[in-house]
Design a binder for this molecule. Structure first.
Ligand code: GAP
Length: 524
């Protein structure tokens, strides 16, 4: 069994660095110091992301008769998100450290015990401040630490910012013994503010409203793509004439003002989801949840995430969303730990019922065979697109020792991306850039392939160096046009090229006319 706690920060650092160096992912607004929690996909990253989305769409919409697509608006009517519970409930309890101003999730603060030192204020010459503050010391810590921390806290209010906190005299010191308290910052012992609910949605104004507080002008950037699927359920049903069970799929951006964006793109404030709402009869919900779990695990295998690195968490009662009767989290072994990639949730009839109730409009389904009217239940496989790209990059990255043509050993960096998701499918090289015929044939091959896939032409540097550059960005195939292609030495080899495989580094001779079908077969 894999160690779910295992982390490898050094490997993660190398992946982040390669992503920037080779143009997969950059920090958003890096030029201005970066916009925290937002990322831009570079020329190679955008290709991986598009390949992933296209494959997901093909498998879930194009190749299925029971699923149709939707592309809903990002700006969302506040009534939609009031009905779904996001306006009232999509929040985290937050508190602030009075000393460092760090914002912490109140429900993630570990309970601590020790002696709390309380103060009512501080003074210095003519100046004084009256404000309650406290510091928690764990057993064995010196009381001087409490006083030092308190002086640092009160020094923030002194008009002379260059004054040493040591110059302050503390007022009203008293102590209490604390057991399992969560009122203090575990990092520095400082008192925290009371917890307040912090809504994770981005709010905005729509139209040229005269008042900033006009409630009719309020809209939100959607926190999940799912809600437009629910609100358009009836329209899609009427126009597509689908029968239950059927699904609606959507890929698109979602926004959450995450308190603590971290682990590269893993927890971002702007991200993309790939979601399906699969509508069914109530009695089929649990079975379909299990079936969708298997479907989704198969999908991850098909894009190159090995089964042994995927873990299924059957989310226990009490930890699931209140409306969910069953939820599986599909987790992946990232270098920063085993973390959620996708949730497969049985959401019952909660969402459609809520929208029917709040809108006052009927959203029921009429079953023509049984003549029954009911609100369908829904199974939701909800995947993170950016998280899956990150998983693909993490899984693909490898540094391996190889021996070069002269017998010297070197480290080869290779991205073992599955050909389906690799940003460039094949690189085409003339062996010698001065050889006009080799260049002409290479360009011809490039033109014949580029209508069907992303290819790259490169004529600079030694062929070995060109291979390494492609290995590092995950190009699965390199095609070299050489003297044999021209048939100069062996007429039998005329119009053949070398096809070099990234993972094994093996080379084979292949006829130029076989290239397209062969590559199409590998990348589809
Ligand atoms: N409609 C259900 C829903 O949104 P969720 O578990 O909150 O459920 C689904 O999100 C998936 O979206 C997650 O499994 C994850 O892959 C992705 N996701 C959620 N929050 C994210 C964030 N802040 N950054 C990147 N991906 C995120």
């Amino acid at each position: 069994m894999a160690d779910k706690e295992y982390t490898d920060p050094e490997r993660m650092e190398k992946i982040v660095s390669l992503c920037k160096r080779r143009g997969f992912i950059y920090q958003s607004a890096e030029l201005y110091g970066g916009l925290n929690g937002c990322w831009d996909y570079g020329p190679l990253g955008v290709e991986v992301k598009r390949n992933l989305k296209e494959y997901w769409w093909r498998k879930n919409v194009q190749e299925r008769e029971d699923i149709v697509g939707l592309d809903g608006s990002i700006l969302t009517h506040q009534s939609v998100l009031t009905a779904s519970g996001h306006v009232g409930g999509f929040s985290d309890p937050m508190c602030d450290c009075l000393l460092s101003k760090a914002r912490l999730r109140a429900d993630q603060i570990p309970p601590q015990s020790g002696t709390a030192y309380h103060y009512t204020g501080a003074r210095e010459s003519e100046w004084n401040v009256e404000r309650e503050f406290a510091v928690l010391l764990r057993e064995g810590q010196d009381e001087k630490k409490a006083r030092k921390t308190a002086r640092q806290f009160y020094a923030q209010f002194h008009p002379d910012k260059s004054l040493s906190p040591k110059a302050l005299e503390l007022i009203g010191e008293s102590t209490t013994e604390e057991e399992s308290t969560t009122s203090y910052n575990p990092e520095n012992g400082s008192l925290l503010t009371e917890a307040r609910e912090f809504n994770l949605m981005f709010k905005t104004q729509v139209g040229a409203s005269s008042s900033e507080n006009d409630p009719n002008a309020v809209a939100y950037l959607r926190p999940e793509t799912a809600q437009s699927i629910f609100t358009q359920f009836k329209n899609v049903l009427d126009t597509s004439r689908k029968k239950v069970p059927f699904g609606i799929a959507q890929i698109g951006k979602a926004f959450r003002n995450e308190i603590n964006p971290r682990n590269f793109t893993f927890r971002s404030r702007e991200f993309e989801q790939m979601e399906i709402e699969y509508f069914c009869r109530p009695e089929d919900g649990l079975r379909l949840t299990d079936e969708w779990l298997e479907e989704r695990l198969t999908f991850y295998g098909e894009i190159g995430l090995p089964r042994e690195k995927l873990h299924v968490l059957d989310v226990p009662d009490g930890e699931r969303a209140h409306y969910s009767k069953k939820t599986y989290d599909i987790e992946f072994d990232f270098p920063f730990g085993c973390q959620e990639l996708e949730g497969v949730a049985y959401r019952t009839d909660y969402d459609l019922s809520k929208h029917q109730e709040h809108s006052g409009r009927p959203i029921e389904y009429f079953d023509e065979t049984t003549k029954e009217k009911f609100i369908p239940h829904v199974v939701e496989p909800s995947a993170g697109c950016d998280r899956t790209v990150l998983a693909l990059l993490c899984e693909a990255f490898e540094e391996e020792e190889v021996t070069d043509a002269k017998g010297k050993s070197e480290v080869r960096t290779v991205m073992r991306l599955h050909p389906r998701v690799a940003p460039i499918k094949a690189a085409i090289f003339p062996l010698l850039k001065k050889n006009e015929e080799q260049v002409r044939i290479s360009r011809e091959i490039q033109r014949s392939l580029q209508r069907f896939m992303n290819v790259f032409y490169d004529e600079t540097g030694a062929v070995g160096r060109r291979y390494r550059r492609q290995d590092e960005i995950g190009t699965p195939f390199c095609i070299t046009v050489d003297f044999e292609t021209l048939g100069e030495e062996n007429p039998e080899l005329k119009n053949t090229v070398t096809l070099r495989h990234r993972d094994s580094m093996e080379q084979e001779r292949i006829s130029t006319s076989d290239l397209l079908p062969r590559l199409l077969d590998e990348i589809q």
